[in-house]
Design a protein around this ligand. Structure first.
Ligand SMILES: Nc1ncnc2c1ncn2[C@@H]1O[C@H](COP(=O)(O)OP(=O)(O)OP(=O)(O)O)[C@@H](O)[C@H]1O
Ligand SMILES: [Mg+2]
Length: 428
């Protein structure tokens, strides 16, 4: 029998605590291990008993839920907090996510919403712990070589192109737009060969953005022939774009995408980097094997986010997972897209909350983007003088090492991260 999810309920109103206990009492995989009527008591309980999930009210007399969450997130990070708040407390919600809450529930919520949220944060925590246990004792891959071993590798290995994977745990934040324009900008500013890979296998739309023929070859044309894939075979399915870059398009249907495995993706990307100086990969928000491979083989993962609370929440979870996967700060770099669009939170708040810098920002410019898409021309070409294009060129310079010196210009050796199918966002 699997272990029950141990829950701590924190609310100053006894009736609410009882109601929550009743709802949770119906679930055979959950148990309440304690209840607290204030933040102070909650912190003490969390430190002592490390519950699997904490349900936390915001407004409480002694120590409020936000302060308690902040302390718990820092001292007992293995006990994720779900914040509960009433409808019009938008500001509280924002502050609680910044304090480190993993999920929020708006009162009144249904029993389903409650138990789903509990299972969701618990599931993520479990995956993190499992990954951590696997990753922690692993020795450094450059056995005994240390720094000397690395430089020797660099000398002996032929020059490999850099794989830049765009990821975001949330959809619609601009991955495809920015990946496409970055690929073109890298080619324009370095003059080197660039291949753009539409790794958003089930939902690829680069063909549309770049106005390509519906009859163009795609990665699906390789199905059945992955064993023979080499640089030459790959060239036959790459499509040339008028901007000078090559593109590997996504399959025409989601069903065809299922025929492509993580191992296939690895082979394709490793082969492409032999001929292309930059391989820019678009993805989709998922932790399926194919996406995990695109993340693992990447030299740099540009994690795109918008400065909104929902985006922050998802990025926080991804950052924790990335850490357990052994990806360092050079490998995972944050990019704030639509940086100046209203209704968001400040970049400095996000940096403080995530405890890491946002090294790259891209402004919002809907007009340039719409005009560019209508013409089927990337905006770094059609609106080269716009601020949004300049921001992309700055990003390209940083990645190619042409701009300010940045560690991003050096390929980071990969750690041997284990790769089982993680399904966090896909399994809904
Ligand atoms: N910097 C920006 N300024 C203005 N609009 C932007 C910017 N970046 C992206 N957009 C717009 O946001 C929308 C979503 O962009 P895009 O399709 O590239 O996102 P995505 O993350 O790839 O989405 P999906 O999850 O659907 O794949 C598009 O309409 C795009 O034009
Ligand atoms: Mg997309």
């Amino acid at each position: 029998m699997s272990e029950k999810i141990r829950i701590l309920v924190v609310d100053d109103i006894a009736e609410t605590r009882e109601n929550l206990a009743k709802l949770i009492g119906f679930e055979s995989d959950m148990t309440i291990v304690g209840s607290a009527d204030g933040g102070q008591q909650a912190v003490e309980f969390a430190k002592r008993d490390k519950p699997d999930v904490i349900l936390m009210d915001i407004n409480m007399p002694d120590m409020d839920g936000i302060t308690a969450t902040e302390i718990i997130a820092n001292t007992v990070p293995e006990s994720p907090v779900i914040m509960m708040s009433v409808q019009d407390e938008q500001d509280y919600l924002r502050r609680s996510m910044l304090a480190g809450a993993r999920e929020f529930l708006v009162k009144p919520f249904s029993a389903d919403e409650l138990v789903n949220a509990i299972r969701h944060v618990h599931e993520i925590e479990k995956v993190k712990r499992a990954r951590y246990q696997q990753a922690a004792p692993a020795p450094q891959p450059t056995g005994g070589g240390g720094a000397g071993g690395q430089s020797l590798r660099q000398v002996l290995e032929p020059e490999r192109g850099k794989i830049i994977t765009f990821f975001s745990p949330k959809g619609g934040v601009g991955r495809t737009t920015i990946a496409t324009n970055l690929a073109v900008a890298l080619h324009q500013s370095t003059g080197k060969p660039v291949c753009l890979v539409d790794g958003s296998l089930p939902f690829g739309d680069i063909a549309v953005i770049l106005n390509m023929s519906p009859k163009a070859k795609t990665i699906a044309d390789l199905v059945g022939a992955f064993d023979q894939v080499d640089a030459e075979v790959l060239e036959t399915v790459l499509v040339s774009h008028s901007t000078g870059i090559k593109v590997l398009l996504a399959p025409p249907t989601p069903e065809a995408a299922e025929l492509i495995t993580g191992a296939n993706i690895k082979k394709i990307l490793e082969t492409l980097r032999e001929s292309y100086a930059y391989v820019v990969v678009d993805t989709w928000p998922s932790f399926q094997e194919q996406v995990l491979t695109m993340l693992d083989v990447a030299d740099v993962i540009l994690t795109l986010m918008t400065l909104e609370i929902t985006s922050l929440k998802n990025v926080r979870v991804f950052m924790e997972i990335a850490e357990k996967l052994g990806y360092d700060d050079q490998k995972v770099q944050l990019v704030a897209n639509r940086n100046d669009s209203s209704g968001g939170i400040k970049a400095s708040d996000v940096e403080a909350s995530l405890g890491r810098k946002i090294p790259h920002t891209i402004v919002s410019d809907g007009r340039a983007l719409v005009l560019a898409v209508n013409r089927g021309v990337p905006f770094v070409i059609s609106h080269r003088e716009s601020q949004v294009a300049k921001d992309i060129f700055t990003l390209a310079d940083k990645l190619s090492g042409a701009g300010e010196a940045t560690g991003a210009a050096t390929a980071t050796p990969q750690k041997a991260a284990p790769k089982q199918g993680l399904r966090l966002f896909g399994a809904r």
